[in-house]
Design a protein around this ligand. Structure first.
Ligand code: CUA
Length: 337
């Protein structure tokens, strides 16, 4: 009884943005179906075996062969589980091609999204049919619903693993090669993806957001030219002198302090390729690959003390900058949408 209650309690948390049991993709749906079939089959086996044990424990007085009980126990405790497990195995094997029918395929004619895992973030590039980059983002994947999308998975440094529990995966991203994974989102929504292979100190702080959108909305997003929108009414960063009208100043400071040698922002001289592309940064839900909510306050803290927030992060800290400069840069970046 306790086990059932605990299981129920555990499963009740399996909804929302990151759950293989609340599927929003065809591959995750197959996984969830298999899971419930396994739970049902395992549950029935458990009940019958326990029943056979209880039955056997009440038969101490006479030898079993005389009561005919040995047959009951054999069927309940051996034959029945073997048959059910064999069916479950056959079902799982049969489901395999349905879960990943396009495994290893080149995905001709599909939209392509190249995802490069790096310590500890995700570089995401939307490619055209010739392999040209239409748009680059970081730590956020936008994908259309109702159609297969080809994810080309790469890694820059060590092995990572790309997994969107609600939609599908996981598949390793391995340095020096490109792994192909085709996923199909079945309903629009916001989901959470994770790195599923230990890759270093900040492995657990390497998440990304997934936005599944109607194909028209996706096309509009892909074609949109990101631009600056002034951020008004933001609370001044705690302990940091507020800056008013900091946008142009924020960009100047961003460039003057060298941020542009690692980060690119399209439409500006910043064209660094080492760190995450910050074009349209303000529209991202999080700072530092799912680590903090994207607010100017959090961003300012991250710029000053990245290693304290995300141990092992490659970005150096900028605690030596005047607080007002950090604040202005944070406000500027938050205004990029
Ligand atoms: Cu990347 Cu774990």
């Amino acid at each position: 009884m306790l086990a059932v209650l605990l299981t129920g309690l555990l499963l009740s948390s399996c909804t929302g943005v990151q759950s293989a049991l609340d599927p929003a993709g065809s591959e995750a749906e197959a996984v969830a179906t298999l899971f419930w079939a396994m739970v049902a089959g395992g549950g029935v086996i458990w009940l019958i075996v326990v029943g056979a044990v209880i039955y056997a424990s009440h038969l101490k007085k006479k030898p079993m062969s005389e009561t005919g009980a040995s047959r009951v126990i054999f069927f309940g405790g051996v034959a029945f589980p073997v048959v059910v497990l064999a069916f479950l195995l056959a079902y799982a094997v049969w489901l395999m091609p349905a879960m990943r029918p396009w495994f290893g395929g080149e995905g001709e004619g599909l939209r392509r999204i190249e995802v490069t895992a790096e310590q500890y973030w995700w570089r995401v590039r939307y490619l055209d049919s010739n392999g040209g980059v239409i748009r680059e983002t970081a730590n956020e994947v936008h994908m259309p619903t109702g159609e297969r999308v080809l994810f080309m998975l790469k890694a820059k440094d060590v092995i990572h693993s790309f997994w969107i529990p609600s939609i599908g995966g996981k598949m390793d991203a391995i340095p020096g090669r490109t792994n192909m994974l085709q996923l199909q989102a079945t309903r629009p929504g916001t989901y959470r993806g994770v790195c599923a292979e230990f890759c270093g100190t900040a492995h657990a702080l390497m998440a990304f957001s997934v936005q599944a959108m109607e194909p028209q909305a996706f096309d509009a997003w892909l074609a949109a030219r990101p631009q600056e929108t002034p951020v008004a009414g933001i609370e001044p960063v705690v302990g940091i002198e507020p800056v008013s009208g900091g946008q142009p100043r924020g960009l100047n400071l961003f460039l003057r302090h060298g941020c542009g040698s690692c980060h690119a922002i399209s439409g500006t001289p910043a064209d660094g390729a080492l760190g995450p592309n910050l074009t349209a940064f303000g529209a991202r839900p999080t700072v530092a690959a799912g680590t903090l909510t994207n607010t100017p306050e959090n961003l300012a803290r991250f710029i000053q003390y990245p290693d304290a927030i995300k141990p092992g992060v490659r970005m150096p800290g900028f605690a030596m900058l005047p607080a007002a400069d950090v604040s202005a840069i944070a406000l500027y970046l938050k205004g990029l949408e």
